[in-house]
Design a protein. Structure first.
Length: 181
């Protein structure tokens, strides 16, 4: 198995810090220590903490979009395939990704421009949801529901058991016309 490049190692270390210690502990020094690189090594790839957060957001969007595309090809063919893939992707999101989302959200509260790269991804998600649904508004409602679920889980505010969450997941898939995962 190929060893990840330094940039990827740094992003993984940053995500791990956020997942285990919280966004307030995300510093260039902490990332350098966790990635086993020098502070200068981190700064070579990410000149500021803002640049590191931008890199984390880009990585998170790539992971979500990549998983959704793979699921769409593998398990969600036909009508509503894109929204079905998005529902499955959300259900399978890892805790580290949720933690990374929290850090990005916290940073975006101070600098809303941090979310600019996400705007194109969200626009595409809405376009895809509408294109694959009849009527298009059904796709939008399902996308809003699945992203609302992601948001509540990300903030650890979802007042549901795992079994209840699974039932909601299945209900969303049923509404989208998809088969269970």
């Amino acid at each position: 198995m190929a060893r990840p490049n330094k940039r990827a190692l740094i992003l993984e270390a940053a995500a791990q810090i956020v997942a285990t210690s919280g966004a307030s502990h995300l510093t260039i020094d902490a990332v350098a220590a966790a990635a086993c690189v020098s502070k200068g090594g981190v700064l070579y790839h990410f000149s500021t903490k803002q640049a590191l957060l931008e890199g984390m957001l880009a990585r998170l969007l790539e992971q979500i979009d990549g998983r959704t595309a793979a699921l769409r090809e593998d398990r969600a063919q036909g009508s509503g395939g894109t929204i079905v893939a998005r529902i499955i992707e959300q259900h399978e999101q890892q805790p580290g990704e949720r933690a990374m989302s929290r850090a990005i959200l916290a940073a975006a509260a101070e600098d809303p421009a941090l979310l600019d790269p996400a705007r194109a991804s969200v626009r595409k998600a809405f376009d895809d949801a509408a294109a694959g649904s009849s009527p298009p508004e059904l796709g939008w409602v399902l996308l809003l529901a699945v992203e609302g679920l992601r948001f509540f889980e990300m903030l650890d505010l979802l007042p549901m058991s795992e079994a209840e969450r699974d039932r909601i997941h299945q209900h969303l898939l049923d509404l989208a016309g998809g088969q269970g995962s």
